[in-house]
Ligand binder design. Structure first.
Ligand SMILES: [Mn+2]
Length: 502
């Protein structure tokens, strides 16, 4: 293994060596064909595709699909490989590794130059349509360039630099609403229509620039070491430096270079860097787009846009793409992996004796949380629910919160459903909370409540009641629990002799 990965290309080599990547050498179309292939691989747990030949584009211009998608048989294989672990690492081990590394943030180092400067296009020369930007889903309002990218912005009043993942579209005639109006002053290759919501951290920065009436410098990069972009997708609180977390995750500092036209920095080995600015209080129509919830997201609407002033890229650039949609996609995997680690770490810090908190990918990475825990006192599960919903990530998600006893493995949904069916007595265990904040991309939320995020939550308490005498709790009838050690040992030793496989 090449860990820690210097760039996306070293990670691609590892994926290929581990059977987690297929080179697609057949020519494919950037109009929907690439998107459909990635989508189907997401749904079948297939390898990451590296598209080496793309219609209308010169040799060398490539697209990488699904860099961290759901894999079979080891669901988190591409996350484990990014962390430098073997792809069959058990999930709880993966989680403990992440939690340990989170505690040791590493500052970036500045370098003079890097591969991302191999080609520089300034001003009128800048053109993002030089890259094979795909139309990802049927019905999308344009070519979506930033689906696996990091958007760099800086708080105008402090030193806080944020790296966040926000979708960005390149206008396309016949797809983008108000195309003529949108492109009347600039060609489509110099416009990125950007979804920067005010509750997001990039959106928080933008609000400050708009109040001052000045343009916000905004730089988007793709590629670089896997964690450069992965850290942008992690649910980190405002003020926490994603570049330091990225260093922590790969146990080595990220190397940064200065941008050409903005006072911001990007990873030196980035594949593509798009430098620009967001004009204050100016909006263009963006959307719609297929989202991580598994549905087409919010309707099109007026959104901020980036005026592109400079594009730099490596020779033979690779554009990473994820095709969001019905689970599992990259966000489901990120929420499942890093959301679980961050929530587990937080609950332990608060003194809750949890085994782990788990966000299953099927819950689209943030809407369903399962916490496996010891239950030390009466009323504990409600206290624990309050803690989950008070955390920023639990506040916007965790709409379904299932709490199970410590003997239940929360990553095994069969065990979880068994616990819910046998330990949760509805009139005692189901607690619905209304008037809570939820994320407005949640399709179940009534449309009228979406502008203010008026949500609701439910606690499904599948733990044995703490006020029951011990004799009311029945023993578990499993191989592990229902037999003496001597019999279990004998059976395991003779397993093959009986004629069974492992
Ligand atoms: Mn942040």
């Amino acid at each position: 293994m090449r860990y820690p990965h210097k760039d996306l290309r070293e990670f691609i080599e590892d994926l290929r060596d581990e059977g987690e990547l297929i080179d697609v050498n057949t020519e494919v179309d950037w109009r929907l064909e690439i998107g459909a292939i990635i989508r189907r691989l997401n749904e079948t747990g297939g390898p990451a595709p590296l598209f080496n030949k793309i219609k209308d584009y010169p040799e060398g211009y490539r697209v990488l699909g699904s860099p961290h998608g759901y894999a079979k048989p080891y669901m988190h294989a591409r996350m484990a490989l990014a962390l430098g672990l073997s792809k069959d690492t058990p999930f709880e081990k993966l989680l403990e590794t992440i939690i340990e590394r989170l505690g040791n943030r590493i500052k970036p180092v500045n370098v003079e130059s890097g591969e991302c400067k191999e080609n520089i296009m300034l001003g009128e020369e800048a053109d993002v349509t030089k890259f094979p930007v795909p139309i990802i889903h049927g019905g999308d309002g344009g070519r979506y360039i930033s689906t696996w990218a990091s958007v760099v912005t800086k708080d105008p009043d402090t030193d806080w630099v944020n790296w966040g993942m926000y979708r960005q579209a390149v206008p396309l005639k016949g797809y983008t609403i108000n195309y003529e109006e949108t492109t009347k002053d600039l060609p489509p290759g110099r416009i990125l229509l950007t979804l920067l919501v005010p509750t997001g951290q990039g959106g928080m920065h933008l609000a400050k620039y708009e109040e001052k009436g000045i343009p916000m410098p905004c730089v988007t990069f793709m590629g670089g070491p896997p964690f450069a972009v992965l850290s942008s997708a992690m649910p980190l609180p405002p003020g926490v430096s994603e570049v330091e977390v990225a260093g922590a995750m790969q146990e080595k500092p990220i190397e940064l270079v200065k941008c050409e036209t903005q006072d911001l920095e990007v990873p030196a080995t980035s594949e593509i860097v798009i430098e620009g600015e967001i004009p204050p209080k100016d909006r263009k129509i963006e959307g719609p787009f297929g989202e991580y919830t598994g549905y087409r997201g919010m309707p099109p609407g007026p959104r901020p846009w980036v005026k592109v002033n400079c594009v730099t890229h490596r020779d033979d650039p690779i554009l990473p793409v994820t095709c969001m949609g019905k689970p599992v996609d990259e966000w489901c995997m990120v929420g499942s992996t890093f959301g679980s680690a961050i929530m587990t770490h937080y609950l332990r810090q608060q003194g809750f004796p949890v085994r782990i908190a788990y966000y299953p990918p099927a819950g689209v990475g943030n809407h369903l949380t399962i916490v496996s825990t010891k239950v030390p006192f009466y009323g504990y599960t409600k206290v624990l629910a309050s803690a989950v919903w008070s955390h920023r990530f639990g506040m916007v998600g965790a709409d379904y919160l299932i709490i199970v006893d410590e003997d239940i493995d929360p990553t095994d949904l069969n065990e979880v459903m068994w616990a819910v069916s046998t330990r949760c007595y509805p009139s005692r265990g189901i607690h619905v909370e209304s008037g809570r904040f939820s994320y407005n991309l949640w399709p179940a939320m009534p449309p009228a409540d979406r502008p203010i995020g008026r949500g609701s939550k439910v606690l499904i308490d599948a733990t044995w009641p703490k006020d029951w005498p011990e004799e009311w709790i029945p023993p578990v009838m499993s191989f592990e629990k229902a037999y003496p050690e001597s019999i279990k040992k004998k059976v395991m030793e003779r397993w093959k002799e009986y004629g069974f496989e492992e």
